[in-house]
Design a binder for this molecule. Structure first.
Ligand SMILES: [Zn+2]
Length: 466
C-alpha cells in the first residue's frame, strides 16, 4: 500500500491525542496509520511511527479504526412517546454500537417536527441527554409548506414525508398535490426530501386478494399485504416529481430489490436520487421468520431470501448508497407478543446498537471489506445530511469521531447487554461478528468495553453550524 504520510498538511504543535493502529480505514483504504487529534478535530494522518514523544496515545493494535458511524434514520420518540425510547437511552446505545452521529426522524415524538415551535420543543427535550451528536430531520405534512423554510433555517437537515399511513396521527400522509407545494421550496435551498416509499393503491389491492383464512400470526400474511409494487410506484412518483422540480430525493429503507433497475435508470438520467436500505433487510429472510415473531415486523417488510441477496448486489453496484437502521422501537406490549398478531403489532425494528456487527457479519460473508462498510455506514450518510465536511471519514478537518472494533471476534446477542430502553429485538440470540472496543466523539472517549464517559458528551447538530 502506498505511504500517504503527512497527506494532510503540517502540524503546529502537538496533538491532544493520537489514535494509531494497523487497520485504520481512511477514504483511500485500510492502512497502518496515526490519527493526530487536536481540539476534537482530526489534524492530520501520518505514518504509524510518526508520534511525538510525550503524546497521549491510544493504541488500537490490530483492531479496526473506522469513522464513527452516521445513522441517518433513527426514531427516538422524545418528547411525547419517551416510554418508547428516548434521547438518553438511544444515544447511549449508539455510543456502545460505535455510532457517533444520529439524525432523528420527525415522527413518533409528540409534537412531530413539522413546525418551528415543535422543533424548538424537541431541541429543548434533547438537552443534557445526548451521548452522541444528534441532528434532526423536519417533516413535510399536508398544509405545512409555510413552515419548511423556517425549519431549514433553524437547522433541520432536510425533510421526511410519508406517502402512506405513518402509523401515528400527528404525521399525516402527503399526496402529489402536497409535494407540489413543498418541493419547489426544498429545491430552492437544496434540502433533501426523504420519502417513505409505499403507495396505498397496491396495498389496498393486495388486501382484497388475501384469502379469508389467512392467519394473522403468520409472517407471510403481513408480507402479502405489503407488495413490492407499492414501493416501486412510490419511488417512481417521488423520482418523477424530484426531477420536475430539481429537488434531491432520498428513498428511505428500500426493501424491494426489484426497484434497483428503476433506480439505476433514474440515476443514469441524472436525477438526484439516493437510496438507503437497512440491516434487517440485509440479514433476515421472510422464509425464516417464525409464527408470532412480531419483533420482525416493519414496513416495508423483510422480504424473501432471493430479494435479500439482490439488495446486496444493489449495494455492490452502487444503486443503493447507504445503510441506516430505521431503529423504531416501542414498548413490548405494542408488539403484541401475547397474541402474535402481525397485523395488530407496531411496525418497527429495534437495532440501533447492533448496526455495525449486523452489517459486518453479512458483508464479510459476501466478501466485502471494511472500506465498503465505511462508505455505506459513515461517508454516504454524512453526505446525505450535508455533514460531509464534518463527519463520516477519517480525514483532516473532520471531527475525530472514531470507532475502534474487533472485526474478527464474534458474540451472541444478549438483550440484557443492549442499552435501548426496550430489549425486544429480532437479533436476540443471533451470532454476530464484530465487537466494539471503544468509541471516540470529537476526540473524547465516550465508550470503552461496557463503560461510558462520566457525562453525556453529545451535542445538538444544527445545519450550517459547526
Ligand atoms: Zn423510519
Amino acid at each position: 500500500m502506498p505511504d500517504h504520510s503527512d497527506i494532510s498538511g503540517s502540524s503546529n504543535g502537538k496533538a491532544d491525542l493520537i489514535v494509531r493502529g494497523n487497520r485504520v480505514v481512511t477514504p483511500d483504504g485500510e492502512r497502518s496509520a496515526s490519527i493526530h487529534i487536536r481540539g476534537g478535530v482530526i489534524e492530520r494522518i501520518s505514518s504509524f511511527s510518526d508520534v511525538p514523544t510525550a503524546t497521549n496515545i491510544y493504541e488500537a493494535g490490530d483492531f479496526a479504526v473506522m469513522p464513527g458511524l452516521v445513522d441517518t434514520h433513527v426514531h427516538i420518540n422524545e418528547p411525547g412517546r419517551t416510554e418508547w425510547e428516548g434521547f438518553f437511552t438511544a444515544t447511549r446505545a449508539a455510543a456502545a454500537g460505535g455510532i457517533t452521529t444520529l439524525l432523528e426522524m420527525p415522527l413518533n415524538s409528540i409534537p412531530a417536527t413539522t413546525t418551528i415551535t415543535a422543533f424548538r420543543t424537541k431541541l429543548a427535550a434533547a438537552v443534557g441527554k445526548l451521548s452522541v451528536d444528534t441532528g434532526f430531520w423536519g417533516g413535510v405534512v399536508p398544509g405545512n409548506a409555510h413552515e419548511l423554510l423556517g425549519l431549514w433555517e433553524a437547522g433541520c437537515f432536510g425533510f421526511k414525508c410519508f406517502l402512506i399511513d405513518s402509523g401515528v396521527p400527528e404525521f399525516a400522509t402527503v399526496g402529489e398535490a402536497d409535494l407540489r407545494e413543498a418541493l419547489p421550496i426544498l429545491a430552492r435551498v437544496g434540502a433533501p426530501l426523504l420519502g417513505h416509499c409505499e403507495l396505498p393503491g397496491p396495498i389496498i389491492e393486495a388486501a382484497k386478494h388475501l384469502p379469508n383464512n389467512a392467519s394473522r400470526t403468520f409472517y407471510r400474511t403481513w408480507l402479502a399485504l405489503r407488495p413490492r409494487t407499492a414501493e416501486h410506484d412510490a419511488i417512481e412518483l417521488l423520482s418523477r416529481l424530484g426531477a420536475e422540480f430539481g429537488a434531491r430525493i432520498h428513498v428511505v429503507h428500500l426493501s424491494s430489490a426489484d426497484a434497483i433497475s428503476q433506480i439505476h435508470k433514474s440515476q443514469a438520467a441524472g436525477r438526484q436520487l439516493t437510496v438507503e436500505t437497512c440491516p434487517h433487510y440485509l440479514t433476515f429472510a421472510s422464509e425464516d421468520i417464525p409464527e408470532r415473531a412480531t419483533q420482525f415486523k416493519c414496513a416495508p417488510p423483510i422480504r424473501e431470501r432471493e430479494n435479500r441477496e439482490r439488495l446486496w448486489e444493489g449495494l455492490r453496484e452502487g444503486a443503493i448508497d447507504m445503510i441506516a437502521t430505521d431503529h423504531s422501537p416501542c414498548p413490548p406490549e405494542l408488539k403484541r407478543q401475547d397474541t402474535g398478531d402481525f397485523l395488530d403489532a407496531w411496525g418497527g425494528i429495534s437495532s440501533l446498537q447492533l448496526s455495525l456487527p449486523a452489517v459486518w457479519t453479512e458483508a464479510k460473508r459476501r466478501g466485502f471489506s471494511l472500506t465498503h462498510l465505511a462508505r455505506w455506514l459513515c461517508e454516504a450518510p454524512a453526505r446525505l445530511a450535508g455533514l460531509d465536511q464534518q463527519k463520516g471519514a477519517i480525514a483532516p478537518g473532520r471531527d475525530a469521531d472514531l470507532v475502534v472494533w474487533n472485526p474478527d471476534a464474534g458474540f451472541r446477542v444478549d438483550p440484557a447487554q443492549l442499552h435501548h430502553r426496550h430489549k425486544l429485538t429480532p437479533y436476540a440470540g443471533r451470532d454476530l461478528m464484530g465487537i466494539v472496543e471503544a468509541t471516540f466523539l470529537r476526540g473524547l472517549k465516550i465508550y470503552e468495553r461496557g463503560n461510558f464517559g462520566a457525562a453525556p458528551a453529545g451535542k445538538v447538530l444544527l445545519r450550517g453550524k459547526r
